[in-house]
Design a protein around this ligand. Structure first.
Ligand SMILES: *[C@@H]1O[C@H](CO)[C@@H](O)[C@H](O)[C@H]1NC(C)=O
Ligand SMILES: *[C@@H]1O[C@H](CO)[C@@H](O)[C@H](O)[C@H]1NC(C)=O
Ligand SMILES: *[C@@H]1O[C@H](CO)[C@@H](O)[C@H](O)[C@H]1NC(C)=O
Ligand SMILES: *[C@@H]1O[C@H](CO)[C@@H](O)[C@H](O)[C@H]1NC(C)=O
Length: 307
């Protein structure tokens, strides 16, 4: 009983430790993208459940002669529980120009995801099977896009002004393949071809920012506690961290109580031993009484038999 309580407490404690920080593990490698040439990339596949959306540390070993400033690309692949793009990467990697994001649970790109990457040129989003919505403001701070690639997502709403922020003469690769509303892609295409695909996307996947605002508010109103906890709300994070401290205190209290229970058990053993000793005394007294009774009986039934 005692052990199982401690066990539960320590599990809770561990989950909270994970939740209050957000470390990302990187496997660093050199690779090449057709559209923008060679990049030095952080590949990560092990993002844990977290209560914060901001990366707090990077774990991983750089290739020889490389450091965080050399990292130009990030790839996040196969984290089915990840429902947002981790923020604050640029605090560690200030020169990101490529983001690859596969197989997540992300539902929408609501506008400020890329704001911290002014050098961004290349995005590749594939098999995010819950991704339906892209805000008009997604490229507001990233005018130099060369490669915008969405493949096998479930996109049905694309902000009307999505392409208004970017320099279309730079955009050469544009894919919206196997989306719900459209399936087309252009590789190393001319400006006129790009412009005509942009127009087709606007036509087939129409979406207004006003509409976006309304949907986000209503979807917020119906989110569950769990979803609230995964959002970036710093207040919630603080609360949970306070809670963690409290759990720590409770754990200490439990340890003191355990100590007291142990002491109590020692005392109990002593009392039992004393009681056993008294029992033994009573028993020997009883057997002497019995002998006496027998003796008396013998004397009364056979008075002449006494010695
Ligand atoms: C972003 O990363 C820096 C480290 O470079 C860290 O000090 C900071 O707390 C992080 N920001 C947030 C919001 O977690
Ligand atoms: C993603 O969409 C599928 C249905 O397409 C649904 O069953 C699943 O719960 C969704 N996942 C998340 C994390 O919303
Ligand atoms: C893109 O097309 C141009 C000509 O339109 C060509 O010169 C160039 O090599 C192509 N680039 C790639 C990466 O295919
Ligand atoms: C989720 O957060 C919103 C806004 O902070 C709040 O209004 C709502 O009550 C929360 N939902 C739950 C279930 O806690």
């Amino acid at each position: 009983m005692k052990i199982s309580i401690l066990f539960v407490i320590s599990i809770i404690f561990k989950i909270f430790v994970i939740s209050c920080s957000f470390p990302i593990s990187c496997k660093f490698l050199k690779t090449t993208h057709n559209a923008i040439g060679s990049v030095y990339r952080c590949d990560t596949t092990n993002i844990l459940e977290t209560l914060t959306t901001s990366v707090t540390s990077i774990i991983g070993t750089h290739l020889i002669d490389k450091n965080n400033n050399d990292v130009t690309a990030i790839k996040i692949n196969g984290i089915r529980t990840l429902s947002f793009i981790p923020q604050n990467f640029s605090s560690f990697f200030p020169n990101i120009k490529s983001i690859t994001f596969y197989n997540s649970a992300i539902k929408g790109l609501f506008g400020d995801e890329f704001d911290e990457f002014p050098k961004l040129e290349y995005i590749d989003f594939q098999a995010n099977t819950n991704l339906t919505t892209i805000s008009s403001r997604l490229f507001e701070k990233t005018p130099n896009m060369i490669h915008i690639w969405f493949y096998n997502n479930r996109i049905e709403k694309v902000g009307r002004d999505l392409f208004a922020w970017i320099d279309v003469s730079k955009l050469k690769y544009l894919g919206f393949t196997n989306s719900k509303c459209i399936s087309q892609e252009l590789n190393n295409a001319s400006q006129s071809a790009i412009i005509s695909l942009i127009n087709e996307i606007r036509l087939k996947c129409p979406y207004d920012d006003e509409e976006l605002l309304i949907t986000t508010t209503t979807s917020l109103a119906t989110t569950t506690v769990e979803e609230n906890l995964t959002c970036s709300d710093e207040k919630i994070k603080d609360l949970v961290c306070d809670l963690k401290d409290e759990v720590g205190e409770i754990q200490e209290n439990l340890l003191t109580k355990d100590q007291r229970i142990d002491n109590f058990q020692d005392e109990l053993i002593k009392i039992r031993e004393e009681m056993q000793a008294k029992d033994d005394k009573i028993q020997s007294f009883e057997s002497r009484m019995k002998w006496l009774e027998e003796e008396v009986l013998r004397m009364t039934t056979n008075p002449c038999a006494c010695k």
